[in-house]
Write a protein of this length. Structure first.
Length: 303
């Protein structure tokens, strides 16, 4: 009797495990389905929102859990194993890669696009041109300026980029302000002639209705790299062609960082971003895709 009960219990336990496994298989994220947490740099949300919209329309079973964070918070989440898939405005440095490797989370890193850091001022501001050396000097503590420097976040990837560019590791100036997001930067600069804003170029390409009017009241500053020996060098505003020709000096690469260690929704979205379709979205947005999509031309002999 005990033997039969034991067999019955074992069969029931085995059946429960099989059912649980099937349920997990159905709910686990797959290449184009299921849910998985994505963490994106909030300064890049215009282009990533476009990519997500198309990805989810093609794969309706894909339910990415997306959160936008400033760069420093993204790194904290990844280094503490609270996020494993991110899109950022820079790659990881060797120390960060080492930490992830030591935690058995080896990162797969890939490029998807080139972005520009745009300097914006009020529409009637006289500061329409700046040398690259002048931009760098704005972040040095001994520089005196009447301009207020405005950013999207105190932990912004754009602040990190410009601090690294200027060779400083902290900002002590009283004229540096961090707002809630890039929309607020555009709105602030549009109404303050003493401000210089720093945002991703992607925010200026197709402004949403809630800040489109403000975007019409700002101007983009032309920047000249005065460190180059190119005699034909001139003041350049960010554009797709300027990025392609390497003419605009304040540019950065957008990277995928995948620490999932599996083929799942993160891998699927990364593949989509790097696919011809994903790269075409970047091309049409006005940024520079990492790989230019092919253009097929049919030549007819007879008209």
């Amino acid at each position: 009797m005990k033997s039969r009960n034991l067999i019955s219990f074992s069969c029931t336990l085995l059946l429960s495990i099989v059912i649980a496994s099937c349920n997990n298989a159905n709910t686990a994220d797959q290449f184009t389905s299921g849910s998985y947490r994505f963490v994106f740099d909030e300064s890049l949300s215009p282009i990533l929102d476009q990519e997500l919209y198309v990805f989810k329309s093609i794969y309706p079973d894909a339910k990415p859990d997306v959160i936008y964070q400033p760069e420093n918070k993204i790194l904290d989440l990844m280094l503490n194993n609270k996020a494993r898939f991110a899109v950022m405005g820079r790659t990881l440095n060797p120390d960060e890669v080492k930490v992830l490797n030591n935690r058995n989370l080896p990162p797969q890193i890939g490029k998807i696009a080139e972005d520009a850091i745009a300097l914006i001022v009020g529409k009637n501001s006289p500061d329409s041109l700046m040398l690259l050396s002048e931009v760098k000097s704005l972040f040095l503590s001994n520089t005196k300026t009447s301009k207020n420097l405005v950013f999207d976040s105190p932990n912004s990837s754009i602040i990190n980029y410009l601090m690294k560019l200027s060779g400083t590791n902290q900002l002590k100036q009283k004229n540096v302000y961090a707002l809630k997001n890039s929309k607020e930067v555009i709105k602030y600069v549009a109404t303050h002639q003493d401000a210089v804003g720093f945002i991703s170029y992607s925010w200026l390409l197709e402004p949403d209705t809630d800040y489109a009017s403000a975007a019409q009241n700002i101007s983009v500053v032309g920047v000249k790299d005065d460190n180059t020996k190119n005699i034909n060098n001139s003041y350049v505003k960010p554009s797709q062609s300027a990025l392609a020709l390497n003419q605009y000096p304040l540019k950065r690469t957008i990277y995928i960082v995948d620490c999932t260690g599996k083929v799942g929704l993160g891998t699927g979205f990364a593949s989509f971003l790097q696919s011809e379709r994903g790269q075409k979205i970047i091309l049409r947005s006005g940024l520079l895709p990492d790989s230019l999509p092919r253009r097929e031309i049919n030549i007819k002999k007879d008209l």
